[in-house]
Design a protein. Structure first.
Length: 331
């Protein structure tokens, strides 16, 4: 008999969502009645909050190492652990809130797509009222995090809600919903910088622009999983727009992202290890492009998830870039 945690959820049966891992801790440790809420927040698919977190952490590390000079205190070139922790909590809370909001807005579409009809709302595991209450609770957790920052950052962070609010409806009216997702998911580039300085400057703007292109790229790969169902139900995406020319589009998107990131690093005057991390990230992006099979949903999902490696490479490069300023006189 198939274990309950391995069963794909339906209107008759409570189980896991189609593309969620059956062995995830959500299904091993949480009581069965909590599963649908964990699924609404995508706790069983952490890649989403990692991708939301990376621009925040990049900006935090970039702001700490910006303009670092020989003789600066060791601690001053490291990203604030307090800010990193706040952004981690905030990313998990707000990604969960955003996914819950998207599911409320997309219930009619999700019910027509094979990969998404097992989600809690279309499968009837939660009511719309329950989902809305859960949405509010997650949003309040995110607000509690935002209120720990300076006033400029609070206003800036709240401003992103306009983009978040319109995103679910973009797939109905434009071929570029991934651009709107990029505007929302990259907002942390601005917030991470302003949390440190209390204002914005060109490095943050360039980092934001680069992150937008990166998001469009990886979410195009992700969207290729659903392109056939999307065509049937009238949902637009850059995957459908680019089609067989997706590789060429990714070269432009990822190449543009790397160029803008390099510009941000140059304006911020960070040290060479940051560029080394960026080059390693570029190599990983190139590998994604070369191995991509747009007609293999499993491979598309794997390559999409691998973008957290890009996040780590850029982040660690920035951290070591700051440290290099302090330690290089010792060599």
């Amino acid at each position: 008999m198939t274990p309950e945690k391995d069963i794909i959820q339906s209107t008759e049966t409570r189980g896991r969502v189609f593309d969620a891992p059956s062995g995830h801790w959500v299904y091993r440790t949480l009581p069965n009645w909590l599963w649908p809420y964990a699924q609404l927040a995508r706790w069983d698919r952490p890649i989403g909050w990692w991708l939301l977190l990376w621009p925040c952490w990049w900006a935090t590390a970039l702001s700490a190492s910006a303009g670092a000079k020989v003789g600066d205190p060791f601690w001053s070139v490291l990203p604030s652990p307090y800010h990193l922790a706040l952004f981690l909590i905030g990313a998990i809370a707000m990604r969960g809130a955003g996914c819950t909001y998207n599911d409320l807005a997309d219930e009619d579409i999700d019910n027509k797509v094979a990969r998404t009809r097992s989600r809690p709302l279309p499968s009837g595991q939660v009511t719309r009222k329950q989902a809305k209450i859960f949405l509010v609770l997650q949003a309040l957790a995110g607000l509690a995090v935002v209120l720990q920052f300076n006033f400029f950052t609070i206003v800036l962070a709240i401003g992103s809600l306009v983009i978040v609010a319109i995103y679910p409806f973009m797939k109905r009216i434009t071929n570029w919903p991934q651009l709107v997702l990029g505007l929302a998911f990259s907002w942390g580039s601005l917030v991470g910088w302003s949390a440190h300085f209390g204002s914005l400057d060109w490095p943050a703007v360039l980092l934001y622009a680069g992150s937008i292109l990166w998001v469009i790229g990886y979410d195009t790969i992700y969207a290729h999983q659903d392109k056939e169902d999307d065509a049937l139900v009238g949902v637009h995406s850059t995957a459908r727009l680019f089609g067989s020319r997706t590789r060429e589009a990714l070269v432009v998107l990822y190449g543009g992202a790397l160029g803008l990131f390099l510009g941000a690093f140059a304006v911020a005057e960070v040290q060479m290890p940051a560029v080394a991390g960026l080059l390693a990230a570029g190599a990983h992006m190139y590998r994604q492009i070369m191995t991509l099979d747009i007609d293999n949903p499993t491979e598309c999902l794997r390559l999409f998830k691998s973008n957290t490696i890009v996040g780590w490479l850029i982040f660690l490069g920035l951290v070591f870039g700051g440290l290099w300023t302090v330690v290089k006189p010792l060599f």
